[in-house]
Every structure is written in structure tokens, then in C-alpha cells.
Design a protein around this ligand. Structure first.
Ligand SMILES: C[S@@+](CC[C@H](N)C(=O)[O-])C[C@H]1O[C@@H](n2cnc3c(N)ncnc32)[C@H](O)[C@@H]1O
Length: 267
């Protein structure tokens, strides 16, 4: 996301990322990482779902209505009151087209079927996740009741039925969401960007990981705490592949990767 107030930590990390990240698959030795470059990160193929999803984004960007939200977790660097215009939230508070499209391609490529999103907001990104695998099932969690209601209506209006909305805090809902899946293919953690909370969600989600799982963490350079969490997650013994795309980071747990692979991609 990141369309928000930029701090010194982010600038410093961005400059480093700009000069060190790969811009294509050249020199990527891991076959899986190379495939991810080709099929996900630098895949320029047109997906028809994106046309419809772009139209929905445009509608949200033109929506002048206001919504009252509750402030959760690490708060916001962009907003100061609890009243939000839908168009401002759509512009500054949710994943960009590029990020949501990358997540769509990731789910599509890995054929992820059991999906959890922490942080629904308006529910646009949830639509990308749900559409990426029509036989998949997404559980999305949001603590602000009005946002859950808005997102639920957005899905209904667009005839998307493979999303389960949970209106609760991540703390209460994550154990419930995890208990509903036998195994977890995909999780997108996009809210409450604090070190302790992020580590806590990661450790909980690990209990349901499989060899094909991918865990995605948004805003890994949002604060020093988030970057600390990201560094620890990458080093966790169960992680064998990490990809840092600056705006978000993803980790995988493939047992066939014997030597840990850590890559940075510039999107
Ligand atoms: C960045 S927004 C999610 C954006 C959405 N994933 C997207 O890309 O469109 C984060 C959301 O998480 C919610 N949130 C943050 N911390 C939370 C918590 N501890 N429990 C429940 N909801 C929380 C906020 O209310 C906010 O709507």
C-alpha cells in the first residue's frame, strides 16, 4: 500500500531496495523463484478479471460517501479522524492495482485454495483474492463493522460468493479462521503493523502451513518494528524462500529448497 506519509526509515529502505533489487529473472538460480518471476512478478499477460476489478476500483474512487470506522492496531499515518470518505480510503488506504494484481497472479499460479486476509477494509483486494481461484475459499477479517458491511455488500453486488467475512479483531478471529481450515495455502496480513502482532499472526499461521503455502506481509518497511518482524520471519527455520517486493514481502516453506533463498524484486 504505502500511499501515505513517508518517513525517514521508508526513504532509507527504498533507496537501498532501488539499487539492490532485481528487475527480472536474470541470475535467479532457484527454479521456483524463477517461475515466480515469469508467472507472477513480471508476468505481463492480460487477465480478464482485471478489467472488471479496475471498473470497481474506479467506482470506489468516485464514491463521495462517508463511512465511520474504528481505529485498530498500529493506527494510520494518513488519517486523523474516524470519518472516512470512500474515495479517499480507496486512494490511500487499500492495496494498489499493481499489488492486488500481483497477489491474484500468485494465487492463480500456486492454485491456492484456502485463503485468509487480515484487514478487509473496503473489500476490493478481497475480490482479487477470491477471483484468483474461483474454487478457493477466502476468509477475510475486519474489526470495523461498517467496513465489513461495505465489503460484504460489494462482494454481493459483484456476484462473488466464495468470501466469508468475519467482523472481529484479528486477535479473536485468527484462531477461529485457522480452525476452519485443515491446511492454509495463503495468508495476507494487511493491518495492525506492529512487531509483536505481526510475529504473533505469523507463528499462529505456521500451525497450518503446507509445502505449497505462501504467507504475504504488507508494509514491511512501514516502521522499524515491521522491518524487524520481516527480518525475523525471513530467518525462521521453516522459511526456505523469501521475496521482498518492498511494499510487501512473501515467504514460502518448500522442503525441496535445501539452501534458503532470499530475493528482492523491484516492481
Ligand atoms: C490496510 S487496511 C486493509 C486493506 C485491504 N487488505 C486492501 O488491500 O484493500 C487494514 C485494515 O485492517 C483493519 N485492522 C487493523 N488492525 C486490526 C485488528 N487488530 N483487528 C481487526 N481489524 C484490524 C483496519 O480497520 C483496516 O481496515
Amino acid at each position: 500500500m504505502f500511499a501515505m506519509t513517508i518517513n525517514f526509515h521508508q526513504i532509507k529502505k527504498f533507496i537501498n531496495h532501488y539499487f539492490t533489487a532485481k528487475r527480472n529473472g536474470h541470475g535467479v538460480h532457484s527454479p521456483l523463484a524463477y517461475q515466480l518471476c515469469e508467472e507472477v512478478f513480471y508476468n505481463k499477460n492480460h487477465f480478464y478479471d482485471f478489467d472488471e476489478l479496475k471498473k470497481i476500483r474506479t467506482e470506489l474512487l468516485n464514491n463521495q460517501n462517508e463511512i465511520t470506522i474504528q481505529d485498530f492496531g498500529a493506527g494510520s499515518k494518513t488519517f486523523t479522524s474516524n470519518q472516512r470518505k470512500i474515495n479517499i480510503l480507496a486512494k490511500k488506504g487499500i492495496s494498489s492495482s499493481q499489488q492486488s494484481e500481483t497477489l491474484y497472479k500468485l494465487i492463480n499460479f500456486l492454485n491456492s485454495k484456502t485463503l485468509i486476509e487480515l484487514g478487509t477494509s473496503l473489500g476490493l483486494n478481497s475480490l482479487y483474492l477470491a477471483k484468483a481461484n474461483k474454487i478457493g475459499h477466502l476468509i477475510t477479517v475486519e474489526g470495523s463493522e461498517n467496513l465489513t458491511e461495505f465489503a460484504c455488500n460489494l462482494a454481493t453486488k459483484n456476484n462473488i460468493s466464495n468470501i466469508e467475512f468475519i467482523d472481529s479483531t484479528f486477535e479473536k478471529a485468527l484462531p477461529i479462521a485457522l480452525s476452519k481450515v485443515e491446511t492454509l495455502d495463503f495468508i495476507y496480513i494487511d493491518g495492525n503493523h506492529r512487531y509483536e502482532s505481526t510475529m504473533n499472526y505469523f507463528i499462529q499461521a505456521l500451525s497450518k502451513k503446507n509445502n505449497n503455502s505462501v504467507f504475504v506481509f504488507d508494509d514491511i518497511y512501514w516502521s522499524e518494528g515491521m522491518t524487524k518482524a520481516w527480518e525475523e520471519i525471513k530467518k525462521h527455520p521453516s522459511v526456505t524462500l523469501s521475496i521482498d517486493a518492498f511494499y510487501f514481502g512473501m515467504v514460502m516453506f518448500r522442503e525441496e529448497i535445501k539452501e534458503k533463498v532470499d530475493l528482492k524484486f523491484y516492481l
